[in-house]
Design a protein around this ligand. Structure first.
Ligand code: GLU
Length: 424
C-alpha cells in the first residue's frame, strides 16, 4: 500500500506507519543523529519469494512469502513467521522492526526479523501446509541459520511448523541443525516453558505494574482479548496467581462473569463446542462492549489495531498489558496517555516468548537442556529487570512507557551500531 495515498483510517491502521510514529518520537527525544536514524529505520535485508505448491486436488498454486531482517547489529535476526491471507510486506517490515526493539528491551543478543506467507491456513490441509512450509524454507536456506536469522512461531504457525522448517533446513545442510528455529517440539530441541513463555511474561509484568500502582493482585479484575496461545496461557497463569478473569473476548463474541471465570472450564467448553460462547457460568456479551468493561487490567492478546482513536477514550482499564503485537494505534497512545492509563507496551509485555526462544537457542547450541524451574526463574529475572528499566526510563525522561521502551531499545541498538562502525 502506498502510505501517501492512504485514507486517515488506513494510515492509522498501517503497522509500518505505526512503528514509524513511535520511532520518530523516540529518536527526537534521544537526539539521535540523522545518519544513525537512517540506519535504524531501514530494514537491512528483505526477501520476497513466490513458491509453487501442489494442492491436494492436484492443482498448482503460487504462494508469496516474505522474510525481512530489520537489524543484525546486536546479533542474529530473530522473529516469528506468520501464515495469514492478508500478510503484507509492510506488516512484516513493521513486525521485524518491532522484534529489533523487543530483543533490545529485554537485552538479549539478537537483532530483529520477521516472516510471513500469504495463505489461509483455515482452508489448507496439514499436507498442504507442510509443503508450503518446506518450499518456503528451501527458498530461505541461504538467508536463515543459527548465526544469521532464527525464525519462530507466530500467528497460525506452531511447533509442528518449526519441526518442518528445522528438518528442511537440516536436509539441505546434510546435518541436523536444531538451533535454526525456536519454538520447536520438546523432543526436537525445544525448550521447557516455551509454549507458555509469552503468557507468563505478560503475567510477570502485569504483576509488577499492579505492585507499582499499589493494587493488590489478588483483588484484581482482568479482561482478556484472545484465548489463543498468548491470551489462553496468560489467563490460566493469572488466575492461578489469584487474579480474577472477569471477561474473555474472542472473534465471535465475549463471555462475562463479574465473580471470575474458571479458565480451565472455559477451555474445555471451547474444545467441546468450538466456541467460548454460551459458557454456562457466564453471560454472553458483545465483543466491542466487553473491551470497554471497567477493570484493573485489560490484556489485548489477539491482533493489531484493537485500541484505536475510535475507542481509546472509552476504555475503563487502569492497566493495559499488550500481549499482542501492535494492539494500540499511535493515535490511541496519546488518548491513553492523557487519561493516565498505565500501558505495558507490546515490545516489553510480550517479550517473554522471544526471551525463552533465546534460552532455547542457547540450549540447542550447547546441547544441554534446562529444567522448567531454571527457564521460568531466568525468564522472571529478565522480565522484571526490563520492566524496571522501562518504567525507570519513563520517569526519568518524563515520557510514556511505550516511548521509554523505544528509547531504551533504540539507544542500545544505536550504541551497538556505533561501536561496530560502518564497514566500507
Ligand atoms: N512471534 C513471537 C514474537 O512476536 C516470538 C518470536 C521469537 O520467539 O523469535 O515475539
Amino acid at each position: 500500500m502506498s502510505a501517501e495515498l492512504a485514507s486517515p483510517i488506513q494510515r492509522e491502521f498501517n503497522p509500518w506507519l505505526a512503528a514509524e510514529a513511535r520511532f520518530d518520537e523516540a529518536a527526537e527525544r534521544l537526539g539521535l543523529d540523522e545518519g544513525i536514524c537512517k540506519i535504524l529505520r531501514t530494514p537491512a535485508r528483505e526477501l520476497t519469494v513466490h513458491i509453487p505448491v501442489q494442492l491436494d486436488d492436484g492443482r498448482l498454486e503460487i504462494f508469496t512469502g516474505y522474510r525481512v531482517q530489520h537489524s543484525i547489529a546486536r546479533g542474529p535476526g530473530k522473529g516469528g513467521i506468520r501464515f495469514a491471507p492478508d500478510v503484507t510486506l509492510d506488516e512484516v517490515r513493521a513486525l521485524a522492526a518491532w522484534m529489533t526493539w523487543k530483543c533490545a528491551v529485554v537485552n538479549i543478543p539478537f537483532g530483529g526479523a520477521k516472516g510471513g506467507v500469504v495463505c489461509d491456513p483455515a482452508v489448507l490441509s496439514d499436507g498442504e501446509l507442510e509443503r508450503i512450509t518446506r518450499r518456503y524454507t528451501a527458498e530461505l536456506v541461504e538467508f536463515i541459520g543459527p548465526e544469521s536469522d532464527v525464525p519462530a512461531p507466530d500467528m497460525n504457525t506452531n511447533a509442528q511448523t518449526m519441526a518442518w522448517i528445522m528438518d528442511t533446513y537440516s536436509m539441505h545442510k546434510r546435518h541436523t541443525e536444531t538451533a535454526v528455529v525456536t519454538g520447536k517440539p520438546l523432543d526436537l530441541g525445544g525448550s521447557r516453558g516455551r509454549p507458555e513463555a509469552t503468557g507468563r511474561g505478560c503475567m510477570i509484568v502485569t504483576w509488577e505494574a499492579l505492585r507499582k500502582l499499589g493494587i493488590n493482585p489478588s483483588n484484581t479484575n482482568v479482561v482478556i482479548q484472545g484465548f489463543g496461545n498468548v491470551g489462553g496461557m496468560a489467563a490460566r497463569l493469572m488466575s492461578r496467581a489469584g487474579m480474577r478473569i472477569v471477561a474473555i473476548i474472542e472473534y465471535d463474541g465475549a463471555i462475562y462473569n463479574p465473580h471470575g471465570l474458571d479458565v480451565d472450564a472455559v477451555a474445555r467448553h471451547r474444545r467441546e463446542t468450538g466456541s467460548i460462547l454460551d459458557f454456562p457460568e457466564a453471560e454472553n456479551m458483545d465483543r466491542d462492549e466487553a473491551l470497554l468493561l471497567e477493570c484493573h487490567v485489560l490484556l489485548p492478546a489477539a491482533k493489531e489495531n484493537v485500541i484505536t482513536s475510535q475507542n481509546a477514550d472509552k476504555i475503563r482499564a487502569q492497566i493495559i498489558c499488550e500481549g499482542a503485537n501492535g494492539p494500540t494505534t499511535a493515535l490511541a497512545d496519546k488518548i491513553l496517555e492523557e487519561r493516565g492509563i498505565f500501558v505495558i507496551p507490546d515490545i516489553l509485555a510480550n517479550a517473554g516468548g522471544v526471551t525463552v526462544s533465546y534460552f532455547e537457542w542457547v540450549q540447542d547450541r550447547q546441547g544441554f537442556f534446562w529444567n522448567a524451574q531454571l527457564v521460568n526463574g531466568r525468564l522472571e529475572e529478565i522480565m522484571v529487570n526490563a520492566f524496571r528499566d522501562v518504567v525507570g526510563y519513563a520517569e526519568k525522561h518524563k515520557v510514556n512507557n511505550r516511548i521509554a521502551a523505544y528509547m531504551l531499545a533504540m539507544d542500545r541498538v544505536a550504541f551497538a551500531v556505533k561501536l561496530r562502525g560502518i564497514y566500507a
